[in-house]
Design a protein around this ligand. Structure first.
Ligand code: UD1
Ligand code: CA
Length: 475
């Protein structure tokens, strides 16, 4: 082993099915705070070693996991049959032969912070350990493997004699509060020279990686525990309840962070903000708002209750009124959206533009100061600056086969209840009269109008009522 700059790899155990989740989706792809469990772990691992030194051990639904996680740039090792955590590590023998040490993380322990992983690494090196185990004392140790520390002169030492799984605990061992986090550092040579000694002599007939602690210790090699004071960080997810708990913990962490950075959040326990979201200073977020995916919100905005924004970029001083739904869109500075607007993918709402109640946009680009305030559908449309779209305007963008484009210039006035049959262009400064069905281009500064002549028949209603009355008497 080289004494200077030891080569570290990180292995992430992620091949299990997650039986206790009762799910078709592999466990490590379940999401908390808008990211798969495994992606959280990789994120932490990536600040310790380059992604090319991270090995994800996948197995159950391996291809599905691989295709979702591949963009993060890690390596993959396939464990074809999932015969336990020890068996998972056996698959890594060859890949890890190029390293001096390996840090082992669990794909289902997602809150782990880089500082804590680095702490394990440094402790492991400083103590020249064969195995270092990250341990903790959570309020409820049930279900976790417990740490049996070696007693030296009557007192517990840093040396570990064994890790005992929940089902194998003796009555006396059930009193042990210190748990195995499933996060370890190993000397690669020591690990792989003894990994074949693991047995399947346990309730699940699996190769438990935890058994290696006793095997190494038995050979007189240093197996050490390093206890973290942050027990929540090493909480694992085996059940849906634990999934919900850790999701809440992460989201609390997120809202606290935003508030510390100058964002007002009222009733923060009611909002749902994903991990990757950013929000600028002095923005106010009302109760029951959801900000999801890669959404970014600028400064001095107001996001009112029940709005749900996904992968949307919002500029400064924007007002998002109640019940706005926005997906994969851009909303520029000082725009006003909603209440009850639906901004569908590919929409670009220009600065100072207004999109009001019951307006749906899809791939629609609204110029600066354009307004569509009521009951309107704008799909595959381009709308120039300061143009006013009247209530009930519909772009007829779909002819049953193709999507066609509507291009409306600047300073245009579209009267209410207009249908614009695409492909169509309305020139700058043009007017379209209310209730028109526009099927040909309207040149700049022209009027487009389709309108049957208005008829007024005096006394018609009186006559009508008389006739109806007479018919009723006859019956
Ligand atoms: C494991 C530990 C336990 C520890 C706990 C911490 C063992 C035997 N027990 O228990 O001491 O307290 O983690 O959270 O290791 N996996 C594979 N291949 C397999 C089996 C599992 O890759 O064949 C992966 C799983 O996907 C999971 C991780 O290993 O990400 C841990 O497996 P899991 O079955 O959840 O172990 P626990 O019962 O939680
Ligand atoms: Ca687990």
């Amino acid at each position: 082993m080289r004494m200077t700059n030891p080569r570290f790899a990180i292995a992430i155990l992620a091949a299990g099915k997650g039986t206790r989740l009762k799910s078709k989706l592999p466990k490590v792809l379940h999401q908390i705070a808008g990211r798969p469990l495994l992606a959280h772990v990789i994120r932490a691992a990536s600040s310790i070693v380059p992604a090319s030194d991270i090995f994800c051990i996948i197995g159950h639904e391996a291809e599905r996991v691989r295709s979702e996680i591949a963009p993060l740039g890690t390596q993959f090792i396939v464990q074809r049959e999932q015969q336990g955590t020890g068996h998972a590590m056996m698959q890594c023998r060859e890949a890890l032969s190029a390293y001096d040490h390996v840090l082992v993380l669990s794909g289902d322990v997602p809150l782990i912070r880089p500082e804590t992983i680095a702490g394990v690494r440094d402790f492991h090196i400083a103590k020249a350990a064969a195995m270092t185990i990250l341990t903790a004392e959570p309020p409820d140790p049930f279900g976790y493997g417990r740490i049996v520390r070696r007693r030296v002169n009557g007192a517990a030492s840093d040396f570990v004699d064994a890790i005992v799984e929940q089902k194998q605990l003796t009555a006396e061992q059930e009193e042990i509060c210190e748990i195995n986090s499933g996060i370890y550092a190993f000397n690669v040579v020591e690990l792989f020279s003894r990994i074949d000694q693991l047995s399947t002599d346990n309730p699940h007939s699996e190769f438990y990686l935890t058994q290696i602690a006793a095997i190494l210790g038995h050979d007189g090699l240093p197996v050490l525990a390093r206890r973290t004071a942050h027990a929540t960080e090493v909480l694992g997810i085996n059940t849906r309840r634990e999934l919900a708990q850790l999701d809440s913990l992460l989201r609390e962490r997120k809202t606290r962070e935003l508030m510390d950075n100058g964002v007002t959040i009222f009733k923060p326990e009611t909002v749902l903000i994903d991990d990757a979201v950013t929000v600028g200073e002095d923005t106010v977020i009302e109760p029951f708002v959801q900000l999801l995916g890669d959404t970014t919100i600028g400064q001095d905005c107001v996001v009112r209750s029940y709005s749900v924004l996904t992968n949307t970029r919002v500029g400064d001083m924007v007002r998002i009124n109640q019940g706005t739904i926005a997906d994969e869109s851009i909303i520029e500075q000082s725009a006003v959206i909603g209440p009850y607007a639906r901004i569908r993918p590919g929409s670009e709402i220009g600065s100072e533009a207004h999109v009001g109640n019951f307006v749906e946009t899809k791939k629609a680009k609204l110029g600066r100061g354009a307004k569509a305030n009521h009951l309107t559908y704008l799909g595959d449309a381009e709308i120039g600056e300061q143009t006013n779209i009247g209530a009930g305007t519909i772009t007829c963008n779909y002819d049953g086969v193709n999507k066609n484009k509507t291009v409306i210039g600047a300073g245009v006035f579209i009267g209410s209840d207009t249908t614009l049959v695409a492909p169509i262009r309305i020139g700058d400064g043009a007017y379209v009269g209310a209730s028109s069905c526009i099927t040909r281009d309207v040149p700049p500064d022209a009027l487009g109008l389709t309108r049957p002549e208005l008829q007024i028949r005096n006394g018609w209603a009186t006559e009508k009522r008389k006739k109806l009355e007479a018919a009723k008497q006859k019956k």
